[in-house]
Write a protein of this length. Sequence first.
Length: 609
Amino acid sequence: MKNFGLNIWSNNNFIIEDGHIKLNYKSMPSLLEITEEIRQNNIKGPILLRFPHLIKKQIRTLYSYFDKAIQNNNYKGNFQAVFPLKVNQFPNAVEAVTSQGKQYNYGLEAGSKAELILAMSETPTGANITVNGFKDKEMLTLGFIAAQSGHNITITIEGLNELETIIEVASECDLKVPNIGIRVRLHSAGSGIWAKSGGMDAKFGLTSTEIIEAIALLKDAKLLDKLSMIHFHIGSQMSDIAPLKRALREAGNIYAELKMMGADALRSINIGGGLAVEYDQHVMSSARNYSIDEFSSSVVFLLGEIMNAKGVDHPDIFTESGRFIVASHAVLITPVLELFSQDYQEKLLNFKEINPPLIEELIELNTLLNNTNCIEYLHDALDHMESILTLFDLGYIDLQDRSNAEILVHNIIKKALYLKSANPTDELEQLQTKLQERYLINASIFQSLPDYWGLDQNFPVMPLHHLNTTPLRAASLWDITCDSDGEIGFNPERPLYLHDVNLDEEDYFLGFFNVGAYQETLGMNHNLFTHPSEYTISITESGYEIKNAIESKNILDILESIGYDKNEILNKLKSDLSKSDFITEKEKDDTLAKLEEFVKQNGYLRTTN
């Protein structure tokens, strides 16, 4: 895995220089220097860094490729896009989306009442709001209020009952009626994990029969002039473009038929989201078989071809590709707390005045090992280890001898790996896999990388530094939750190798990339670990600025967030301490001060890291 697959997943957003990973933008700061500056303020645990310029880059990319396709295909409609709030509703993420997308009139999509209120408060003036998902009368009425407030809002109906409720609300009040969209239930299904979003057994959308009935209902209610959009979505993270093309042909023909049936106000097709992001670090697998260029060209060409054949004006094209927009903007940084093979450090050797002969031979092998003899000496060491284990089982050597043998053999294997790193043998590669290192990270996978746990979603991971040396330790990553599932195990098919570092002498930081989509909103408070401390990083020509700091919740606030009274808890702890007969009043005061300090810290571990 050369350079941790940076050329595969990073989209040229990051580069390696002087052994550090750096932002490939303006002053090009390293992630390590940003991390170290933040940690100078006694911030412990994981941190989440946001880079708004990467959101702007993705928005610009999306619009520019669709604009190019429209021009190249002589397409008469326009391109518009909205960001689905379900992908990331956190304030600093939404602020970055709206501010960076303002010049493109980039809007927001809502799928719940709370998201609709958020969209109404955050959408730039004139930008689109689309509303998807199941809705009740109150939510639909909110859509009317949004239209009355001047928002360019389209409510997509998921069933005839929603349309009937819209008609009911329109008859009961004098509020402006919002634009209406129809989600169509296509025969075409998607691909990948989310393929079930499309197809006739999909959760959302109207069948052909229901669409015809909807047109009749709109005509009877004199609201057909409000039908402005049809919508479909065949799944998130689309790996294959062929299903999209089938869906476009189906939806395009439905649109044209509706126009010919008298739906004159119909003017746009919303193709939903699904534009995939590359999460893999390895050449053998890829998240998608298409480029953004092919994606945009295919959409524009196919819709234009269908409309030309039917004699229908070209519709505006909407997308709701949220993952593509925000995944890359967030990086999770976590310190490594412990390496579990530290038990095998040479400083822990404790020889006797007279050692068993096999131990003496291992000492000599470890001392004399070099590039010429390392394979031979490695074989000898492994053979000696087997013999020593047999002798231990028979009671001929003691635990100290066994410990010395394990440390010596472990170090002989490590030295052989380093000596032959430029040209490893199959045997050494197998040993490298067996000699896995467990890296304990100060983070929760359930909180910060839930899709890894829930969906086996890979995320690019690499150290922030030491990148001018070859990593040789096959790495498993353990989080600090009290759960055995909190592990990213070593996978020989997607191997992760990290460095052998001495944590007594330096910090070692790992970065998890492309975590800006869904991970924050889906993160769970397993063991009551909550959202990491987060920071927005604005990069300039001369440096960078750290903004919008939000520290992870402290322990009392965590407990309050799930229904406890934090004052009651603190008072109980103080009361118990004051009743103690085992310490003096001064000791009580000192202990109380410590207690109040600890409960006002965040819940992550506070070691030297």
